[in-house]
Design a binder for this molecule. Structure first.
Ligand code: SF4
Length: 451
């Protein structure tokens, strides 16, 4: 008889747990009522190293803080802003130590350290601010028209939390020593009027991703007014609210004013036959706690049609079969959130240590198939500049030695109306150089010298 063999991944149900925040010296006396208050969470976000030191006390060595300070000075493209809810999911089972924090997947993308970055290739020669050219495709301030039937509406440029790998590092958040941010110029009311005017005049657009930043930072009355106006445009059939805060500060989405307002918008969407969904951004199973599940399930109970997750595939955070499947089972089975997409981290500056090569993503897509229900098996997608999201196997050619994949598309973006070659051109995407064979790395080293 053949020996019994095990599966590459063994599923076991794991119920969600709210980690005990009193293990942090700075939060020893914080009450459950304070913890569940959105105001308390926002007021106690960690925005600098002094505040982080206050929370962690003497649990962590000085070399850790020096490493964070060096990163902020030399590499960070996002300023520090981490809600207590997210810090509490770092080292969740025990008071954090220096080593535990260095290894922690949430810390690795929310509070990057200088030593995390790749020593030789911290950035790709073709990395750029606004790597997806969203700003270039604005048809009104904050309104990106990239796909024929869909638009991205950036209502504001702030979030309740700032992720180190943010693809909108060009616009979102405060300037850092490395990045002077673009600023939105219009008053919010004028920006929103311009969006509504464009969408009213363009009936071919049927789908609006309402984003930012994070819509959790739009005062509720302003957001409800914007959504109500969108729902009055008969040609808009899908509305997706983009909010990482559903995980970062679930307390926001549990406030009575927000729950009641979301219910009104959801009922209006149902009356008009419009699909209203929330899209959130969770990168690791550690981030899912009972409060996050309560926020997602509350949105569903008041009539939002679906809550979906768009994570980012990040080395050192979730780029393994086990991490992805653990996260997907926690989303799908425990939190009522559909695992929808994992994006490859975009080609922004200083992101090479997070980025995953196309062939690695392809392998991960292969390896996660067959465990989850088909409808809840996420697609791993590469967002190719000037092209858009492609499933990771859809390249037309792939030069593995130099890490360059080539992609095509079947539509024009809003800046290519007169571009006769847009539909036949092959658009390149680049793997992180440190993942290439030695000959490929040497080739890129020569290019870098030539530049
Ligand atoms: S929540 Fe989204 S928009 Fe905000 S910093 Fe994170 S990735 Fe960027």
């Amino acid at each position: 008889m053949p020996a019994e063999t095990s599966q590459p991944y063994e599923y076991r149900r794991r119920e969600l747990v709210e980690p005990d925040w009193t293990r942090f010296p700075g939060w020893r006396s914080v009450t459950p009522a304070e913890w569940e208050s959105a105001q308390w969470q926002r007021a106690h976000c960690v925005k600098n190293l002094n505040q982080l030191h206050h929370v962690l006390g003497d649990l962590v060595d000085d070399r850790f803080y020096a490493d964070l300070a060096a990163d902020q000075h030399e590499f960070a493209t996002m300023s520090m802003l981490v809600p207590p809810q997210m810090i509490n999911t770092m080292s969740p089972a025990a008071p954090p130590t220096t080593d535990a924090l260095y290894a922690d997947p949430i810390r690795r993308y929310m509070i990057p350290a200088r030593s995390d970055r790749h020593p030789q290739w911290p950035t790709h020669p073709y990395a750029s601010r606004d790597s997806l050219h969203e700003h270039d495709m604005w048809v009104a301030e904050g309104l990106t028209h990239r796909y024929p039937t869909k638009v991205l509406a950036e209502l504001l440029s702030t979030c309740p939390q700032y992720c180190g790998h943010c693809t909108r590092m060009d616009l979102v958040g405060n300037s850092t020593p490395q990045v002077e941010k673009l600023k939105l110029a219009l008053k919010p009311v004028d920006r929103y009027d311009a969006h509504i005017a464009y969408l009213t005049a363009h009936p071919g657009v049927r789908d609006v991703v309402v984003s930012g930043g994070d819509v959790a930072n739009v005062p509720w009355r302003g957001l409800e007014s914007y959504l109500t106006r969108l729902l009055q445009i008969g040609t808009i059939r899908d509305i997706r609210l983009a909010t990482k805060a559903l995980m970062g500060i679930p307390q926001h989405w549990l406030q009575p004013e927000v729950v009641d307002g979301l219910g009104r918008v959801a009922r209006l969407a149902q009356d008009r036959g419009v699909n209203l969904a929330i899209h959130t951004h969770v990168n690791h199973a550690q981030s899912l706690t009972p409060l996050v599940a309560r926020a997602a399930q509350t949105a569903l109970q008041v009539g939002v049609r679906d809550v979906r997750n768009q994570g980012v595939l990040l080395r050192g955070v979730n780029a393994s079969t086990t991490d992805l499947l653990d996260l997907c089972f926690a989303l799908q089975g425990e939190a009522g959130i559909l695992p929808y997409y994992f994006y490859l981290c975009d080609m922004i500056p200083n992101a090479e240590h997070w980025r995953v090569a196309v062939w690695q993503a392809h392998q991960l897509q292969h390896d996660i198939m067959g465990y989850l229900p088909g409808y809840a098996t996420p697609r791993i997608v590469c967002d190719v500049p000037f092209v858009g999201k492609r499933w990771v196997h859809m390249f037309t050619e792939y030069d593995r030695e130099h890490g360059i994949s080539y992609w095509t598309k079947s539509y024009r973006t809003s800046i290519e109306a007169a571009d006769v070659d847009a539909l036949t051109r092959r658009y390149p995407y680049h793997d992180p150089i440190d993942t290439l064979p030695e000959s490929g790395r040497a080739w890129w080293a020569k290019q870098a010298v030539a530049v």
